[in-house]
Design a protein around this ligand. Structure first.
Ligand code: 4AD
Ligand code: MG
Length: 484
């Protein structure tokens, strides 16, 4: 292709430099309508959000001329005459050559006057993504085709750009990207929500003489799982590189069938050595603001689309967030606020309770009206590795809550004291022999360190205003659902 639509977008207002030029564009038909001797084909070439309107008439290169040209190009494509183009179904792929004409009065700033339209691949009339609005539920049944709709073009490009922005943020700040393993022998969150990985035959599991599963015959010689978090692994690297991060898939066999939980999701987990909880929150806040700005700057068409069709006020809200300070409140103070509004909640808040989504959303949407970090949670409701506060009751944890979603980030300062960490793990009846490597970090040059996990899909939901995690994952996996 000698031209991608994105080229035209880059030229922006100065499209005039393309005016009158002959270009070739390849793409998929989004719509096609014709009257007697003129027709309008809209194609998307995937290079940007915008589509191209191609005007065709009966002056299209005739079959014979095209056949000659075709031979010259050694192409297997078939040149279409007017009737051929008019018959094209939505979804077909074409390569169109023609002249760019400025159309300042029309909805789109320019169009192509086609000279030749080659058929690359036909589509049948039953193509499911017709040029009309489909429900998200319907689109979810077709993860392989829904990406050809405006909504998914916009979501998945923002997803890609946001991922790049996150890497840029950490790389520009000197963090080392660590590829933590997906198959692991430790349960990082201690929540027991793991998918087991095994090559043992499930219909004939080998047993030891005392009737237990004989894992010595399994691939790794012991039970292993898909990771729920790269944190424990990445902590080891923080003790050598200082500032590190992981960005990869994580897996949780949580049976929560909500709009915010997936069984396979991506997580960004930075770990900062010589950093306390306040440094950790500063890093999280700077990262989120960086990503918001980056996406607003680099995906203007997509963000306009979300602002108009998905979440009115999105751009203004995100712009405001990028410019203002996040709130910070302790769990204890947050619970005091929530208790005053308990009549509004299904689940009544009290000190010691795990905050529910309704509580999280109340705090960020009604009380703070912006993202807020809730800090210093009771140790009982948080993971074993979090640093015990001097009060002996709470840990140095910080969850970041955002409007519309609730928790988007979970982080903490880590317990760096060997004795306290060992005691906590014993209290929780954890198998210490499996965590010796983790305790070694506290034996050999232990340093204050902190980190957090940003749920990437929740970040994409926040950036786009999309309401369901199933619609920001290319191929969502949730309880009872694993297509393709
Ligand atoms: O709060 P979580 O469980 O924290 C951790 O995993 C820590 N190891 C992070 C760290 O300190 N390095 O998960 C972190 C974030 C949540 O705030 C949420 O955004 C997301 O991961 N998350 C999920 N996203 C989608 N589906 C699920 N089932 C999720 N569970 C957690
Ligand atoms: Mg959490």
């Amino acid at each position: 292709m000698d031209l991608e639509l994105t080229e035209l977008k880059k030229i922006g207002a100065d499209i005039s430099s393309y005016a009158g030029k002959k270009v070739t564009v390849g793409g998929w038909v989004r719509s096609n309508r014709d009257s007697k001797n003129i027709g309008f084909l809209t194609i998307s070439d995937g290079s940007c959000f915008q589509t191209l309107q191609i005007v065709y008439s009966d002056s299209l290169a005739s079959g014979a001329e095209a056949a000659e040209e075709k031979a010259a190009r050694q192409s297997g494509d078939k040149a279409l005459d007017f009737a051929g183009v008019a018959k094209l179904n939505v979804g077909a792929s074409v390569i169109a050559t023609g002249t760019i004409v400025l159309t300042p009065q029309a909805r789109q700033p320019f169009e192509m006057q086609a000279e030749e339209i080659l058929l690359e691949g036909e589509s049948t009339p039953d193509y499911p993504m017709q040029a009309k609005r489909h429900s998200m539920e319907f689109l979810r049944t077709m993860p392989h085709l829904r990406v050809r709709t405006n909504t998914f073009q916009a979501v998945m490009r923002v997803r890609s750009v946001a991922a790049y922005a996150i890497h840029r943020f950490f790389q520009e700040n000197g963090f080392v990207y660590v590829h933590t393993p997906l198959i692991t022998s430790s349960d990082a969150e201690g929540a027991g929500e793991m998918f087991q990985v095994t090559t043992l035959p499930l219909d004939n599991v080998p047993k030891t003489p005392d009737g237990k599963v004989d894992y010595s015959q399994d691939f790794f010689g012991k039970p292993v799982n898909l990771t729920v978090s790269g944190q424990l692994n990445v902590e080891t690297y923080a003790m050598a590189f200082r500032n590190v991060y992981t960005f990869g898939p994580t897996f949780r066999a949580e049976k929560s069938n909500t709009t915010r939980h997936a069984a396979e999701f991506w997580m960004i987990e930075p770990e900062l050595a010589f950093a306390d909880l306040s440094d950790d929150m500063d890093c999280a806040e700077a990262m989120l603001k960086y990503v918001i700005r980056y996406v607003l700057t680099n995906c203007p068409d997509e963000m306009q689309f979300f602002n108009q069709f998905v979440d009115k006020g999105l751009i203004e809200r995100l712009t405001h967030v990028a410019e203002s300070d996040f709130g910070r409140v302790t769990y204890t103070d947050a619970v005091k606020i929530l208790e005053q509004h308990n009549e509004e909640f299904d689940f009544k808040a009290y000190w010691g309770c795990d905050l529910q989504t309704e509580h999280e959303r109340y705090l960020t949407e009604k009380v703070f009206k912006k993202p807020v970090f809730v800090t210093d949670y009771p140790k009982e409701i948080k993971a074993f590795y979090m640093k015990l506060n001097p009060d002996g009751k709470t840990v140095a944890a910080a969850d970041c809550l955002v409007p519309g979603i609730g928790e988007i980030i979970g982080g903490s300062q880590r317990e760096d004291d060997l004795e306290k960490l060992t005691r906590r793990m014993e209290e929780l009846h954890m198998n210490l022999s499996e965590y010796q490597y983790y305790l070694d970090l506290r034996r050999y040059g232990s340093v204050r360190h902190s980190g957090f996990g940003l749920g990437f899909e929740r970040a994409v939901m926040y950036l786009t205003g999309m309401g369901n995690i199933r619609d920001v994952l290319p191929f969502p996996r949730t309880v009872g659902n694993c297509e393709l």
